[in-house]
Design a protein around this ligand. Structure first.
Ligand code: ADP
Ligand code: MG
Length: 689
């Protein structure tokens, strides 16, 4: 039955098939994996007098009164009474003349709906109802499933389709893809049992277990999905190990010279990570390593040392940053390190057009440009490298999984693939990293360079704005610099830039002795660069900015940051922003200028940010109150949309799914394809190498 198209069911014509396809449902099997979002108990009639506010219930009674009220909105009000003497008002805002006529005094009705408090009595607004001609007292034998739907597909249609699919399931089960040695030890039901339970739970099923998705039937499916995902990433990784890559050994001279020139010594954590990378680069297969390190942990120098190893071996290196601003900063920092060693770096940005661009492309193609720095535009097809040995991706959380996979397609000399180092400051909790990055090796810089003074974070209500402005003045008078960050308003970049402009104007008026700069995403690149350079050089005291400065920007003398409306940002983003200060030797402060009242969750989240400066701790706690998608941002998770599993809720399944994936790859290789096909299907475009 695995490949049976939905069209083989009754009542599925082209229209219904098209609507189903919108939800990714093409086969009968897909239909069976489309699980109810919730369930209703229509198994028993509730006496009207016993109704609980807020619950959904099945009731039955006789219409006592029916009128069309004109009021603010025209509505049909039907008063229903049952044998127990209870009364409830049914209210309809949309109704036809026939409906109004049918709901006449004396009509016997059976209704299902949510019980609400109306102005005068309990009400149901737009209940589902049936006029009972015959007095059939049938109730549903089990809980009634409610399916996630799309326009034009009624619940009744869903139930009809699922009914047919379940009938097929009885005769011919979808292939069981989890071997006994994987499911039996966990006491999970078979696929067939799990599916029929979830679509047709018996009356005695616990609604809570079903709703919170911790019933074994549910876990069975989530487990299978997580395994499929693991298997897919593992397979990718295995395939990668069969690809060849240049062995980048090098004699170490450039690295030694750089280290000798640095004003600091590497921390133990940095040194360890440098060694891990060095070992990978010397292997004949492409490195696939994720380097995690909190903001300010010093990832750039690690990247520079990796680059030098490749350069020593005579290969080119590409460094990719998510924004031009950051790529330019890398250009500045890295050339300062590498130029004295006689290494030519080249920056390729959107602004390089026409002849200038052609010239740069030629330098990349001929190999005269050794280190090439840019945004992901570097991986457009016209950019040809001569000897690309290593690709470094900074701040990977801004790149989607697809981009990561696409990189792997770039091949160098003799079809060999370049090594890849992916750096991220987004601390990904371990359980999540295991799920999302099972195809990567992990290195962690788990300590900050010495001499940093921790950032003190306080929340200040925006009614105290004047005091905050004064604080900025004091800090700047003492020779410090400050950031003032304006946050996104209603997802509109234009409005955000506007807000930043207004704020900058206001602050320069309020702080006439200070020089105030402004950067936002809509400034011309040259203008923005000039402002950033002025701020970095200390010619500006205060920098008003939008969240464009979120990642990577490094100005050690800046020790004060004001973030307006921090409640609008995710915790990871707040932490990233805050990481712009606390980079020098002086004590730094971050003021969260919030607008009251705060919601419960907002308050809790600002509390987390205030209470911790560890990105990992923040991420763990953020994960506990929000979903994984939110922690990472939609851009990140776009490619990993789980259908049933939830990386946070089902965390306890992560490690077992990993072990199961190993068992399947080793002992049941024939299950690999069907598993990936069932759960990732067409979406697994990144699963092929
Ligand atoms: P991130 O990991 O956020 O990219 P950076 O690489 O920008 O961090 O480093 C932050 C700052 O710390 C830079 O000014 C860098 O020169 C400095 N730094 C890096 N490593 C060390 C070290 N071992 N000791 C002292 N300062 C360091
Ligand atoms: Mg960085």
């Amino acid at each position: 039955m695995d490949g049976l198209p939905v069209q083989s069911l009754k009542r599925v014509g082209p229209k219904v098939a098209e609507r189903l396809a919108k939800l990714g449902i093409r086969s009968v099997q897909d239909l069976l994996f489309h699980l109810p979002v919730r369930y209703q108990d229509r198994s028993r009639l509730v006496p009207i007098a016993d109704l609980c506010l807020g619950s959904e219930a099945l009731i039955q009674g006789v219409v006592e009164d029916s009128e069309i009220a004109m009021g603010r909105r025209r509505s049909l009000k039907v008063s229903l009474a049952d044998a127990g003497g209870g009364r409830i008002l049914l209210r309809f805002f949309h109704f036809s003349a026939q409906q109004a006529a049918a709901l006449k005094v004396g009509a016997a009705l059976r209704c299902y709906g949510e019980v609400r408090q109306g102005p005068a009595s309990l009400e149901m607004i737009h209940p589902e109802y049936r006029i009972q001609g015959d007095a059939s007292d049938e109730t549903e034998p089990g809980l009634t499933p409610i399916y996630p739907s799309t326009e034009g597909l009624q619940q009744a249609t869903w139930r009809g389709l699922i009914e047919q699919a379940l009938a097929l399931l009885e005769r011919q089960s979808p292939v069981e893809l989890l071997p006994q040695d994987v499911i039996a030890p966990r006491g999970l039901p078979s696929l067939r049992e799990a599916l029929s339970y979830l679509h047709r739970p018996p009356l005695e099923a616990s609604l809570d277990d079903l709703l919170e998705r911790r019933h074994p039937a549910f876990l069975r499916l989530a487990f299978e999905e997580l395994i499929a995902h693991q298997v897919s990433l593992r397979r990718l990784r295995l395939a990668q190990q069969r690809v060849s890559a240049p062995t980048l050994v090098g004699d170490g001279t450039l690295r030694e010279r750089l280290c000798a020139a640095l004003p600091f010594a590497l921390t133990a954590a940095q040194a360890r990570v440098v060694r891990e990378i060095a070992t990978d680069l010397a292997r004949p297969h492409p490195m696939q390593r994720l380097l995690q390190g909190d903001v300010g942990s010093g990832k750039t120098i690690v990247a520079a040392l990796a680059a030098l190893q490749a350069l020593e071996a005579g290969f080119q290196v590409a460094l990719m940053a998510p924004t031009e601003l950051l790529s330019e900063q890398h250009m500045r920092n890295l050339s300062a390190w590498l130029q004295p060693l006689g290494i030519a770096s080249l920056w390729l940005a959107g602004r390089h057009k026409g002849a200038e661009r052609a010239e740069r492309l030629a330098a990349i193609a001929s190999g005269t440009a050794k280190l090439v720095i840019g945004t992901h535009a570097l991986f457009q097809d016209q950019v040809e490298f001569k000897d690309l040995g290593l690709v470094i991706i900074d701040e990977q959380h801004r790149f989607g999984v697809h981009q990561r996979m696409k990189l792997r397609e770039k091949r160098g000399r003799d079809g060999a693939a370049p090594h890849q180092l992916i750096m991220t400051a987004t601390p990904i909790p371990r359980s999540l990293a295991m799920t999302l990055y099972a195809d990567l090796d992990l290195s962690v810089i788990d300590a900050l360079p010495p001499g940093r003074t921790p950032i003190t974070t306080v929340a200040v209500r925006d009614t105290r704005r004047d005091e905050v402005i004064e604080r900025v003045m004091l800090a700047c008078q003492q020779g410090r610099q400050a950031y003032w960050v304006c946050t996104l308003i209603e997802e509109s970049e234009a409005l955000e830039c506007q807000a930043a402009e207004d704020t900058a104007r206001q602050l320069s008026e309020g702080l006439p002795d200070l020089s105030v700069g402004l950067v936002h995403g809509r400034l011309k690149a040259a203008e923005r660069d000039r402002v950033m350079a002025d701020f970095a050089a200390g010619r500006l005291d205060l920098l008003v900015a939008t969240t464009v400065i979120e990642v990577g920007v490094d100005v050690p003398n800046a020790s004060l940051m004001i973030i307006e409306n921090p409640e609008r940002l995710g915790l990871a983003q707040l932490h990233q922003l805050r990481g712009r200060v606390g980079r020098g030797g002086v004590e730094s402060h971050c003021l969260l200028l919030y607008h009251a009242p705060l919601s419960e969750v907002a308050r809790e989240r600002l509390g987390i940010i205030r209470g911790s400066t560890s990105g990992f701790e923040i991420a763990e706690r953020d994960l506990a109150i929000r979903g994984a998608g939110e922690v990472l941002g939609t851009r990140q998770t776009g490619a990993i949309q789980f259908r049933v599993a939830d990386t946070v809720r089902d965390q306890q399944l992560t490690a077992p799914a990993q072990r199961a994936a190993d068992v399947i790859l080793a002992r049941h290789p024939e299950l690999v394809e069907p598993l990936i096909d069932r759960w990732l299907g067409a979406r697994e475009s990144y699963g092929q190498v």
